[in-house]
Design a protein around this ligand. Structure first.
Ligand code: GLN
Length: 305
């Protein structure tokens, strides 16, 4: 057993009795059907060694964690010009808030709030030949696993109640920051959020963020080292919406959460880790996931700080 394995097993056992005050996301009706007791963890070291516990093989809805992948694709297309369409400041606001968008003339605070990710979807539609296929292909490339798919039930469910996301895109369109047809952009945005993925697959997919942008297993350069540093910085400052400060304080790793209950985090130069537990706190982040990662970096006695 390596150091990570011993620590993970020990924390995982302790967390079996974790008192969870969180609640599943139900605003997307399909997510209300998920078993709220699922709990999985997967940590991947740079040499490819993977330690997986509990429900690490159980697919879950990636939701906003998809935003890190759309950001990589958009950044690789536009480079620094991307920041003309979306900023890199923490929003200090809920993930689907409209308030700042009106005040800041349709430029979202960062790519990880919904408004920002909708702009990313718009950019990818303008530049990719087949956005839906290309996005999935990117995930397949990163995981070397072609079984990963969109979940059409989740997609349709989210689309049927997406009044707020439609408000965001309409507001941005009125400011000229959406270039394509609104329904086409939203369709693609909901698709990306609907990807079904396991802790093991996701931990593999984000490992390049811990390795200067190079996938340590396939050796492919996914991002330049500079781009990688920048995206890690955005994850650190904006990956948990109005709880980004709390995550930096308690866990101390760049990461990204989703309302499906997943959290991914990376330790540059060491590992990537994914935790899945569907009950969320009031800010929309997995309660148990955050507590687990706090315990992990505390027991390993290293965060990026
Ligand atoms: N698809 C979700 C939405 O747009 C994603 C939100 C999230 O995971 N924070 O509301």
């Amino acid at each position: 057993m390596n150091q990570y394995e011993t620590v993970l097993h020990h924390i995982f056992n302790d967390f079996k009795t974790f008192e969870n005050s969180g609640k599943k996301a139900t605003y997307i009706p399909e997510l209300a059907h998920v078993d709220e007791n699922l709990f999985g963890v997967s940590l991947t070291c740079l040499n490819g060694t993977q330690i997986s516990l509990g429900d690490a093989h159980q697919p879950f809805s990636i939701q906003s964690i998809s935003k890190v992948f759309s950001l990589v694709l958009a950044y690789n297309i536009l480079g620094e010009d991307l920041w003309k369409r979306v900023d890199v400041e923490p929003s200090g606001d809920t993930f689907n808030s409209l308030i700042l968008l009106e005040l800041e003339l349709g430029i979202p605070r960062n790519p990880f709030i919904n408004a920002g990710a909708i702009v990313l979807a718009d950019i990818l539609i303008s530049h990719l030949q087949n956005p839906k296929e290309d996005f999935l292909k990117f995930i397949h490339q990163l995981t070397n696993d072609h079984s990963i798919q969109y979940d059409l039930k989740v997609f349709n469910s989210e689309k049927s109640v997406a009044y707020r996301n439609y408000s965001l895109i309409n507001l941005m369109k009125s400011f000229g920051n959406i270039h394509n047809d609104i329904d086409t952009v939203m369709d693609f945005y909901f698709r990306m959020c609907s990807v079904n993925i396991t802790c093991e697959q996701l931990s593999k997919a984000v490992l390049f963020f811990a390795n200067d942008g190079v996938h340590p297993i396939s050796k492919e350069q996914i991002l330049t080292p500079k781009g990688n540093r920048r995206i890690n910085a955005i994850m650190q400052l904006c990956g948990f919406y109005d709880e980004a400060g709390e995550f930096a304080y308690r866990v101390g790793l760049p990461g990204k959460s989703g309302v499906g209950g997943g959290i991914m985090a990376i330790h540059p130069g060491l590992y990537s880790v994914v935790v899945f537990s569907p009950k969320l706190n009031k800010k929309g982040n997995s309660t148990k996931g955050m507590a687990f990662l706090e315990r992990l970096t505390s027991e390993l006695n290293n965060s990026i700080f």
